[in-house]
Design a protein around this ligand. Structure first.
Ligand SMILES: [Zn+2]
Length: 87
């Protein structure tokens, strides 16, 4: 069934950098998740330096604002993308 034409994915599997556990989380489209608590080891996970949210650093799919930026400007290098929280 076709619901939308948007290729943006709203679920990302986060890999905990502390214990390696993989957890699939739903991503909000209008906010970034800067802190994420791993359900396996209860560590507070933060993004890597330069990344705007934990999905960009540890998820299989980056956050929706980054996805839409990549879709519209796919020729841009990653480093040139403004973070969705950089304001
Ligand atoms: Zn963990």
């Amino acid at each position: 069934m076709t619901q939308r034409t948007s290729p943006i994915s709203l679920a990302s599997t986060l890999t905990c950098p502390h214990c390696g556990a993989e957890t699939t989380e739903a991503m909000p489209t209008d906010a970034c998740l800067f802190f994420w608590s791993c359900p396996a080891c209860h560590a507070t996970v933060r993004p890597k330096p330069g990344d705007c949210c934990v999905f960009c650093s540890w998820g299989t799919v980056p956050c929706p604002p980054i996805q839409s930026a990549r879709t519209s400007q796919s020729s841009q290098p990653e480093s040139a993308q403004p973070g969705c929280c950089a304001r």
